[in-house]
Write a protein that binds this ligand. Structure first.
Ligand SMILES: NC(=O)c1ccc[n+]([C@@H]2O[C@H](COP(=O)([O-])OP(=O)(O)OC[C@H]3O[C@@H](n4cnc5c(N)ncnc54)[C@H](OP(=O)(O)O)[C@@H]3O)[C@@H](O)[C@H]2O)c1
Length: 312
């Protein structure tokens, strides 16, 4: 059996661009949806052209043109969607319902990976409002996929390292400080950090793997299951300096939401659930899941220390 042909939707996005490159690197014929709405966004156009130069096929299509989605889907075996889920930029999760319909109609797709790549929404029933909307919407998409009988893999990628590790797990920070750091609660709650390029690599590894068919792939690199204090310690060792630490209680952190806009509130809730409630590490993977670094030990994942070295 040859390698599956892959369509990536949201290919110029933060995660999407990595998925395109990882798919090409693994030798898959790779198709990238090219939306007319991109218009004069020269950076997106430049990126699409660069994908083409790497060997990808650009497929014209739009969420506002259902027939174009069906046509695009018919070209491939596997569809991966990395449409935006971050409210700061835009919010596309529920747009996937028409994509699910298109995949059902095309009836040729062997695997669909919807835009998830974070906390497992099936385990987010206790998520904090208003952040819970992300998980509720992702569950709406899951329900549509399963009702349509579409083969799937859900990727639970835990914390994107760029957002979380870059800012030493501080909400609203993406560059590591060299003077002081705000510690969430006692700072000892464990979370899981994964470099975005590794998320893409594991995602592409899984698409032709029967072991993850109709399952959730959890990415839990063992060396990257760390508390905020451990992440800070790694950084302190790298820069040879101890940071001044202040702590913020759960109550004060949640209260600080009042001054934020809706998109930021959603983000703050996610940080709360990860760093105070331990929502990523308070469960064992069950029968319906597999762990990526165990399935694909050949992938040399980026440790938090290696990731932080980029900022020194
Ligand atoms: N675990 C974590 O820490 C974490 C952090 C961030 C995101 N995530 C998750 O990762 C996934 C991808 O997020 P991202 O940050 O990579 O997304 P993003 O960069 O904000 O957007 C991805 C792409 O979605 C497409 N898009 C945006 N608005 C659209 C619209 N109205 N219609 C059609 N397409 C639209 C665009 O692709 P094109 O222009 O190429 O079509 C865009 O580049 C989401 O599910 C998100 O929840 C997880």
């Amino acid at each position: 059996m040859g390698k599956s042909k892959v369509l990536i939707i949201g290919g110029t996005g933060y995660l999407g661009k990595r998925l395109v490159k990882a798919s090409l690197a693994e030798g898959h014929q790779t198709y990238v949806l090219s939306r007319p709405e991109v218009g004069l966004d020269i950076e997106k156009v430049e990126m699409l052209v660069s994908f083409k130069m790497l060997g990808a096929h650009l497929v014209p299509g739009s969420f506002t043109d259902y027939a174009s989605l069906v046509q695009a889907v018919k070209l491939v075996d596997v569809v991966i969607c990395a449409i935006s889920g971050v409210h700061m930029r835009s919010y596309g999760i529920l747009l996937q319902l028409s994509l699910v319909q298109a995949i059902k109609e095309a009836a040729n797709v062997k695997r669909f990976l919807p835009s998830e790549f974070g906390t497992d929404p099936a385990r987010a029933a206790k998520a904090t409002e208003p952040g819970k909307v992300t998980f509720e919407d992702k569950m709406v998409v899951r329900k549509a996929i399963e009702e349509a009988g579409i083969p799937f893999t859900y990727v639970s990628a835990n914390c994107f390292a760029g957002y979380f590790v870059g800012g030493l797990c501080q909400f609203g920070k993406i560059i590591p400080p060299t003077d002081s750091v705000l510690i969430h609660g006692d700072g000892n709650t464990k979370a899981i950090y994964v470099a975005e390029d590794d998320i893409a690599t594991y995602t592409i590894k899984t698409i032709d793997d029967p072991r993850t068919l109709n399952k959730t792939l959890y990415i839990r690199p063992p060396l990257n299951i760390l508390s905020q204090r451990q992440v800070v310690q790694i950084w302190e060792k790298l820069i040879g300096k101890e940071l001044h630490k202040t702590t913020i209680s759960k109550q004060d952190f949640l209260a600080s939401m009042k001054s934020l806009d809706y998109a930021q509130q959603v983000g703050l809730c996610h940080y709360h659930d990860v760093l105070y409630e331990g929502c990523l590490t308070n469960f064992e993977i069950g029968e319906d899941g597999e762990e990526a670094s165990t399935l694909y030990p050949q992938v040399k994942y980026t440790t938090v220390e290696e990731f932080l070295k980029h900022y020194v």
